[in-house]
Design a protein around this ligand. Structure first.
Ligand SMILES: NC(=O)c1ccc[n+]([C@@H]2O[C@H](COP(=O)([O-])OP(=O)(O)OC[C@H]3O[C@@H](n4cnc5c(N)ncnc54)[C@H](OP(=O)(O)O)[C@@H]3O)[C@@H](O)[C@H]2O)c1
Length: 257
């Protein structure tokens, strides 16, 4: 099936590793040109670009902290200068990790602000500065990234993350209503546990085993499985999806402590 992505240009924020890298690879495999945005991992982003180019894809990397207005504006400008258009925005960037986990009463206000900025403000800014170019051409796709924590509430010590990810869902709904009439769709993925290199490296084997038992499919997900869903949402095949929340979790609709 031709997904209609051959002449499309996509920004993938946080495309230097993890899910973003898999999403960039999947979109590129269908012919889209890729702009990999990363805040700090410049070496990894350049490696992703070299790998994509070695497979015949068009790709560039841009160092941009997508929670900062000037960086987002430069990201969009560089995309237009390099590839002449912008069709697909994958808002994936976001930092997590045990070092950021804190119960609400112990949560420093700066960490609350960081989490909301890193996951929610960044998605808003990218939509604000990318969507006008999609509207001008009458076609666009926005794919945001929430989480199971955005669907059912953040688990203990992840209240700030859950709130940010629930906000990403609400943001997507508004984007779908505002931009849909102009030919631009907005949808949001809500992954469960996906085995990125970083996540697998941080889990002790008994914890991984326990997690897998909670998933009806009996395993955690693979980044490539998320990449395929994002590619579908970016394609012509998803022409009547707008404002959809797509769970990617093997059927694990809640978590247990
Ligand atoms: N893995 C999972 O199980 C899972 C489940 C549900 C949801 N998610 C969500 O999926 C997304 C990706 O997660 P992941 O597991 O792939 O994480 P990851 O491996 O830690 O990758 C995060 C990516 O985001 C980039 N990033 C972070 N802050 C940024 C900023 N301000 N500006 C630009 N880039 C930034 C990082 O680049 P730098 O190193 O350059 O900052 C990196 O490329 C996140 O939004 C996460 O919340 C993941």
């Amino acid at each position: 099936m031709d997904l209609g992505l051959k002449d499309r240009v996509a920004i993938v924020t946080g495309g230097s590793k993890g899910l973003g890298r898999a999403e960039a690879e999947a979109l590129a495999a269908e012919g889209a040109a890729i702009v990999v945005a990363t805040a700090k991992s410049v070496r990894e982003a350049d490696q992703v670009v070299r790998d994509l180019q070695s497979r015949g894809s068009r790709a560039v990397s841009v160092q941009a902290d997508v929670s900062q207005t000037a960086d987002v504006q430069r990201l969009v400008e560089t995309t237009l200068k390099t590839f002449g258009r912008l069709d697909i925005l994958v808002n994936n960037a976001g930092t997590t990790g045990p070092h950021l986990n804190k119960p609400l009463v112990d949560l420093p206000e700066e960490l609350w602000d960081f989490m909301l900025g890193n996951h929610l403000r960044s998605a808003f800014l990218c939509i604000k500065y990318a969507a006008p170019h999609m509207v001008k051409q009458g076609w666009g796709r926005i794919i945001n990234t929430s989480s199971i924590h955005g669907r059912v509430g953040g688990r203990p010590s992840l209240g700030h993350y859950g709130a940010a990810k629930a906000g990403v869902i609400a943001l997507t709904m508004t984007a779908a209503r505002e931009l849909g009439p102009k030919g631009v769709t907005a949808n949001v993925i809500a992954p469960g546990f996906i085995g990125t290199e970083a996540l697998r490296g941080s889990l002790a084997p008994p914890t991984l085993e326990k997690l897998q038992q909670q998933v009806p499919l009996g395993r955690i997900g693979e980044p490539a499985e998320v990449g395929r869903v994002v590619t579908f949402l970016a394609s012509e095949a998803a022409s009547f999806l707008n404002g959809a929340v797509v769970d990617i979790n093997g059927g694990r609709l809640e978590y247990f402590f």
